[in-house]
Design a protein around this ligand. Structure first.
Ligand code: GTP
Ligand code: MN
Ligand code: MN
Ligand code: MN
Ligand code: MN
Ligand code: MN
Length: 198
């Protein structure tokens, strides 16, 4: 497990830290790419205003709102629907690693929530219509290709994109833990992606 990991309670006792909550929303699907490659699962990320891929969510203020209420508020802003998030959906809490010359003093809370495919579709519509941050902080939701095509495209290419913070690790760890991609296929995709971290 990643270093700097802590419990929710420990995190909330830390003084002088800001908190951010992000969530991986996903569903099962029967869809097939080109009518033959099973998509199996829909996993949502977003293109951020800074050109990096990340999960929807953002800074929360635990003195004014619970972590989960803050995350639901951020989802309303960025995705256009107030998806309810529960304490049980929290997967990992860790301190954001300092950059050279800059310590963000930020605690990151990562959630995972399974939805119905129909809810995912509604959410994708809302993200371009009712979301106030659309075209501002959030440049659009994207689905993660979980398959690898014959020519080696799909997940390996996706993992070669640039990600905010440890979002790439959060994605890879979740795909593994939830068995959304088989261990062998995930390992090959990581080896064939241009970036080898995580
Ligand atoms: P503002 O309203 O402009 O403050 O943005 P926000 O509240 O939506 O915050 P944002 O989503 O940018 O998240 C705050 C910080 O958390 C970012 O500056 C990143 O350092 C970090 N962060 C953002 N997205 C992710 C993510 O998907 N995973 C992880 N681990 N960290 C993230
Ligand atoms: Mn936001
Ligand atoms: Mn955000
Ligand atoms: Mn915000
Ligand atoms: Mn904002
Ligand atoms: Mn599966």
């Amino acid at each position: 497990m990643a270093s700097g990991q802590m419990s929710r309670a420990e995190a909330l006792e830390c003084k002088g830290f800001r908190h951010a909550c992000h969530v991986m929303l996903y569903s099962d699907t029967e869809s097939q790419l080109f009518g033959k490659t099973p998509i199996k699962h829909i996993v949502l990320m977003q293109m951020r205003y800074d050109g990096l891929l990340g999960f929807p969510g953002g800074l929360v203020n635990p003195s004014e709102e619970t972590l989960e209420a803050g995350l639901t508020r951020e989802l309303l802003e960025e995705v256009g629907l107030a998806v309810p998030i529960r304490e049980e959906d929290l997967v990992e809490t860790c301190i954001a690693p300092p950059h050279p010359g800059f310590n963000p003093r930020l605690i990151l809370h990562f959630y995972v929530k399974k939805m119905e495919e129909e809810q995912i579709r509604e959410l994708e519509k809302a993200a371009t219509t009712t979301a106030v941050d659309h075209g501002l902080e959030a440049m659009g939701m994207v689905r993660v290709p979980l398959y690898t095509t014959k020519s080696g495209g799909g997940l390996p290419n996706f993992l070669s994109q640039s990600f905010i913070g440890n979002a790439r690790t959060q994605l890879v760890t979740s795909l593994r833990r939830l068995h959304l991609v088989s261990p062998g296929e995930l390992q090959r995709a990581l080896q064939n992606s241009l970036r080898m971290h995580a």
